[in-house]
Design a protein around this ligand. Structure first.
Ligand code: ADP
Length: 453
């Protein structure tokens, strides 16, 4: 078993990983930027190393600084969390070469899935349904036109190396497609350092459903059911729940089995998420795989009873997944609201000093955060400041628990997205489980109209 782990991240997820290490009796090393000197992950780790100035590129993405910190403090392993280096195959390779365990999948699997186009191909070959689209990167406008004609408009052009809701453009007609391919290629090259783009069918009004998996180093892969992540803003998740109100037990078993079989073929290890879009008839199509821990992993933990971060560490250290069959059963219902430091009307980031910070508690409530009263939210990083997670015996209980927990969450000094979540919890359409990925756009429009009346 590992004796010491370096946590290559910040904020709530760094603290979350430190908690798992403490539960396992493993020493921790935090790394931090100059802007995070007073952060809780620095305070609660056993050792802490400053790795550079505030900007992520100079600190949390400073590969040499992080590896030097790992060597100086003599750690056995690095946990990358999510974001930053978590899906960077080169970082995983450097860890492997430095004889430091990378708590995640093997670098070649990260590389394969990081190329969304190759991932599509690998998944289709392994028997997972994918959306109709190009077989490889699109080489010419002519090829794109022919393909779009075949699968029917609208289509979506995606950057093979895209992520974080960026690098996608919807094309409604042949006239639009004409100019789109070259533009998408040059945008992709500028944003992701790779000009490859591919094309797939654009689904209107889909739902986003994803399956959580974990694999050990002895060939065993299991799934932990699905999460519904349909409530999105600009293709980014805002609220997640498990189980999905639109998946029945038969679908869960069938899709779960397909996913596990595909990942066993790939020799997948550690935590991963297979993302699908669901069309209005209930068909699921693979869109991408994330080869890391997800922000929304707590809803899965709440309904399966597993500690995913602890399990990640244990399997990375070579332990077996002691589970009969291909999945863990789910119990009850869990919802997570992402609380972001942002203006709830415009969604503009709201950095600054938090003056009051009161977190809710009580039965079935969990808060993952690194914020505290008097802390300063720096402007350099992601705006997520807390994850409010609840569990109930069913969806109805989870929703009423979330509504009361949101009412008791008090943050002053900065603006937050709490009021957006309060409105969602009170909405009859959300409560009835009737929504698609366009929900928030329509809902915010209606919401502001209602307000002005
Ligand atoms: P990223 O890696 O940037 O998160 P994804 O491929 O996971 O990108 O897609 C993010 C979101 O974008 C999806 O949840 C969905 O809302 C939307 N999206 C992606 N592909 C399609 C598609 N083919 N049709 C409709 N919506 C899509």
């Amino acid at each position: 078993m590992f004796k010491k782990i370096l946590v290559a991240n910040r904020g709530e997820i760094a603290l979350r990983i430190i908690c798992a290490c403490k539960d396992l009796g493993i020493q921790t090393v935090a790394v931090y930027s100059e802007a995070d000197r007073n952060s809780l992950h620095v305070r609660f780790a056993d050792e802490a190393v400053c790795i550079g100035p505030p900007r992520s590129a100079d600190s949390y993405l400073n590969l040499a600084g992080i590896i030097s910190a790992a060597e100086v403090t003599n750690v056995d392993a690095i946990h990358p969390g999510y974001g930053f280096f978590s899906e960077n195959p080169h970082f995983a390779e450097v860890c492997e070469a430095s004889k430091i365990a990378f708590i995640g999948p093997r670098s070649e699997v990260i590389r394969l899935m990081g190329d969304k186009n190759r991932a599509r191909k690998a998944m289709a070959e392994a028997g997972v349904p994918v959306l109709p689209g190009s077989e490889g990167a699109i080489s010419s406008e002519k090829e794109a036109l022919r393909l779009a004609e075949q699968i029917g408009y609208p289509v979506i052009i995606k950057a093979s190396a895209g992520g974080g809701g960026r690098g996608m453009r919807v094309v409604a007609s042949e006239a639009e497609l004409n100019a789109s391919v070259a533009n998408a290629q040059s945008e992709a090259a500028a944003a992701f350092g790779c000009a490859d783009v591919y094309l797939e069918k654009f689904l209107e009004n889909p739902r986003h459903i994803e399956f959580q998996v974990i694999g050990d180093h002895h060939g065993k892969v299991i799934h932990l059911g699905e999460r519904e992540c349909t409530i999105q803003r600009r293709h980014q998740k805002v609220l997640e729940e498990s189980p999905s109100p639109s998946i029945d037990a038969e679908t869960r078993t069938r899709v779960g089995r397909t996913v596990v079989t595909a990942l066993e073929k790939l020799g997948y290890t550690n935590s991963g998420t297979i993302e699908f879009l669901m069309d209005p008839s209930g068909n699921l199509y693979f869109i991408e795989m994330n080869t890391r821990l997800q922000v929304e992993h707590p809803v899965t933990e709440m309904v399966t009873g597993i500690d995913l971060v602890k399990t990640q560490i244990l399997v990375a250290a070579g332990e077996r997944l002691e589970v009969e069959g291909d999945h863990l059963p789910m119990r009850g219902h869990s919802i997570e609201c992402r609380i972001c430091a942002e203006n709830p009307e415009t969604f503009a980031p709201s950095a600054g000093k938090v003056t009051v910070f009161h977190v809710p508690g009580g039965t079935g409530v969990r808060v993952d955060t690194a914020a505290y009263a008097e802390c300063v939210i720096p402007p350099y990083y992601d705006s997520l400041i807390a994850k409010l997670i609840v569990q109930g015996k069913d969806r109805e209980e989870a929703i009423s628990r979330m509504a009361r927990a949101l009412d008791m969450f008090i943050v002053e000094g900065i603006s937050t997205s709490i009021s957006v979540h309060q409105k969602i919890m009170a909405d009859p359409e959300f409560r009835a489980g009737r929504f698609d990925t366009g929900y928030l756009r329509k809902f915010m429009r209606n919401g502001s109209r209602r307000k002005s009346v």
